[in-house]
Every structure is written in C-alpha cells, then in structure tokens.
Write a protein that binds this ligand. Structure first.
Ligand SMILES: [Zn+2]
Length: 437
C-alpha cells in the first residue's frame, strides 16, 4: 500500500497550480451524454421513497454525534443496517469506519468507490435546531450526518440494480475526516488497502454546502479545495523574574513579533494571483510561568494554520513562515523549533470525470440546478484519494432558508433536509451510469 502513498506525495508536490485549472464552462466541449430517462425516473422515485430512511439516519447521527476515531456506535449502527440489507462489509482495524462491498456482475472488471465521512465535531449546539445533539459539546456541525445518511441510502437503492451493473462498488464509511494530524482517508489508503482493489475507475463523494441552495449541485474541475496544514512554531528563551529583564529572554514577546510579521509574508512574498490563508490560532507559554505573572516564560508555542490552492505554492509559503520565525528568534537572541504536521493536500476533481458527471447531472436535475463550484479555502481529506485516483467530489447545496445558512463548523449549522434526496439521486445516478452495462 505504501507505493500508493508515495505516488500521492509525488503527485501532490507536482500538482499544477490553481491557475492551470480550467474553468468548467471553457473546458466543456465533449458531446453530451444521453439521458437514461427510465433510470432517472426510477432513481428520483427511489430517493423520494427512501426519504424517511435518509432523514431518520441523518437525525439519529445529529442526536448521537461521535468524534473522530471514536465513531464506535455510528459504525455499529451502519453495520446493523448493512446486515439488514445483506451487504457484506468489514469494520476497519481501528474499530471505527467500514468498507462494504456490492459485487455486481464481473466484479473484477472495474471498481467504483462511494466515499462518505462519518465523524462529527467538538462544536457545541447553539440555537434552535431540528435535531439537537444529546452529547454535550459535540454536534454534526459539518454535516457528515447527512453524508452518511445519503451514502447509505445510495447503497440501499443501488443494491437491487446490481444485475444491471458491471464491477464492484466499494462503500467507504470513512472515520476521522476532521483531523489534520491523523486523517482517516490517509489511514484507509495506507493501512486498509482501499486502493488495492483491481481496476479502480473512479470515486464519488459529496459535501453539503450551506451557502448554496438546496436542490442544486455544484462542481469544479481541478484543485478547488485548499490544502490544510498547520505548524507549531516554538520559541525558547530564558525565564526569570520580570524585574531582571537583562538576564531573561521573554518568549511571549518573540511570539508576538512573529505573529505580527506573518503579515510580511502576505504583503511582500505572496503571489497576488494565488489565495493564501495564514492565521495563528493558538498561543501557549509554559504553564508554571503562566501561574506566576511576575515570571518570564522561557517557552512559547504558536500554532500557525496555512492553506493554499496549489501544492507548489504551499511549499514556498512553508519556507517563508520558517524564515520569518528564524529571523525573529535571531533578533530576540532565542531559539526556534518547528513541529509540522504532514497536512492534507488540495482536493482535486478529475477534469474528464467531472465533465462527464456534469453532463449526467444536467440530465438528472436540469441545467439550472448544476452549477460551477467556487474555490474554497476549506480542506477535506478526500484530497488523499484525489491525488491517486479519479475523484469527483460534489458540493451539495444545503441552504435555502436562513436557519440552514450558517457556515460549516458554526454552532448553529444544520442541514436543510430538502437536500437529502437530491444528494441520493445525484450519487446513485453517477455511480449507476459509471457501472451500467
Ligand atoms: Zn466536513
């Protein structure tokens, strides 16, 4: 499995920058694909018929959210559902998440992956919600409850169609999407061999998006979601009583200067044609000094978050952050160390498969409901798949009313249930068309 990851890293580091990604409209020259009207009617009806199933599962996961790598009850619930449906699966070795398999005719001919994430967030509920959380401080604030419910419904409605489909459908209920330091998607590639199946022709997934209307699906080609990286920058100085300033080296002062100087990267070194997100989100000095306000702390750590829409540019910005920190440490006569997480690459939609998907979705939903996705600085660990195999990651509009338009990760965020059957029919139709004889 390691070879895939190495390929990913290689691919990630040589990914063309955002400027090379073609806008969908310009790149869209292929002849339209034919509408499978019988299947469109069938799947739209099936998605409506199963709406209660989808909604109940979404509501259940909103009420009983579980954090990354702790999705034990969620996994048990999904396993029980798969048992009822008669779909074989294996629970991942770490005990959360699973891979289910629907073998259609000639299973080794091709493999298609349906990927959804099952973890929720340590964000407390706030405001009036349709399905408030029962767990204090945890909620489905990124809508993964909806992704799971949609994915399971897709499996349920495609199962009876498997005689009309060729190949193998893998259903990946993926844990721990939310962690930059230990992302679930990287784990299933490296440790669970999700990409060892033969002839993988594509993967499909989606993410709810509250600033898009429910009923709409948005797509973009190329890199369209940011890489997600973070680095702890730790300053080491010298402690002592504050009155003896001459003999101390105050690391809070160095850290403050470093944070201010991050703006130099933006104003002097950034490429005006490339977006960058750069923020310090945590600062800690050593505890014993914090408890004694007249003591100078000899260690201060700053967590810097940085995101770009190009892997090359990310490398350049990482170098600049280190350079600024080293310069500041020198001028304060202190030492600095960096603890960098490997991070998550950009999410890249395969251009050809995306153009094909767009045509299919226009046939399913009508052109007025299939839109160009804008670039987002949010990351997603589906990125790991996207640099190894052909991925199409849809943005499913989940807004449409003020109570559904709070941003992802906001305490008040919730999904408009009206988007659920749209997500179901969209993914089911794409997978069916990819696998039909
Ligand atoms: Zn998410």
């Amino acid at each position: 499995m390691k070879k895939f990851f190495k390929t990913m890293l290689a691919a990630g580091l040589t990914t063309p920058c955002l400027l090379n990604a073609q806008p969908l409209a310009e790149a869209h020259h292929s002849s339209p694909v034919n509408a499978d009207t019988t299947m469109i009617t069938y799947l739209n009806n099936a998605a409506k018929k199963e709406f209660e199933y989808t909604l109940n599962m979404h509501a259940h996961l909103c009420k009983h959210p579980e954090l990354s790598w702790k999705e034990f009850e969620t996994t048990r619930m999904l396993a029980a559902e798969l048992d009822k449906l008669g779909i074989p699966y294996r629970i991942l070795k770490r005990g959360t998440g699973l891979i289910a398999v629907i073998d259609c005719s000639d299973p080794d001919a091709q493999t298609v992956i349906l990927r959804f994430d099952i973890d929720q967030l340590n964000v407390p509920d706030e405001g009036k919600k349709l399905y408030p959380s029962d767990s204090t401080g945890i909620s489905a604030a990124c809508g993964h409850s909806a992704h799971t419910a949609i994915g399971m419904t897709v499996a349920k409605i495609l199962l009876p169609l498997r005689q009309k489909m060729k190949g193998r459908l893998l259903i990946l209920a993926q844990p721990a999407e939310e962690l930059i330091t230990d992302p679930g998607c990287k784990y299933v590639i490296e440790e669970e061999g999700i990409l060892d199946y033969p002839n993988i022709v594509g993967a499909f997934g989606l993410h709810v998006t509250p600033n898009y209307q429910s009923g709409d699906v948005h797509l973009a080609e190329g890199e369209f979601m940011a890489s997600a990286n973070e680095m702890d920058v730790v300053f080491y100085g010298k402690s002592g009583h504050v009155q003896g300033q001459k003999n101390t080296k105050n690391t809070i002062h160095a850290a403050a200067e470093f944070i201010t100087q991050l703006n130099i990267i933006r104003s002097a070194h950034s490429d005006p044609f490339q977006p960058i997100l750069l923020a310090c989100t945590k600062i800690h000095s050593n505890t014993w000094a914090n408890e004694n306000s007249n003591l100078v702390p000899d260690t201060t750590s700053c967590t810097v978050i940085f995101r770009t829409l190009s892997q090359e540019y990310l490398k350049e910005m990482t170098r600049r952050i280190r350079q600024v920190a080293e310069n500041v440490a020198n001028s304060f006569d202190q030492k600095v160390e960096f603890k960098e997480s490997p991070g998550i690459p950009t999410v890249k939609n395969d251009p050809e498969l995306t153009r094909w998907s767009r045509e299919q979705l226009i046939n399913l939903l009508g052109a007025e409901h299939v839109k160009q996705a804008d670039l987002k600085m949010g990351g997603d660990d589906a990125a790991f798949l996207s640099h190894l195999i052909r991925l199409v990651y849809l943005r499913l509009g989940s807004g449409g009313a003020p109570e559904f338009e709070y941003p992802l990760h906001d305490k008040r965020f919730q999904v408009n249930p009206a988007c659920l059957p749209v997500g179901v029919s969209a993914l089911a139709y794409l997978i069916y068309q990819k696998m039909a004889f």
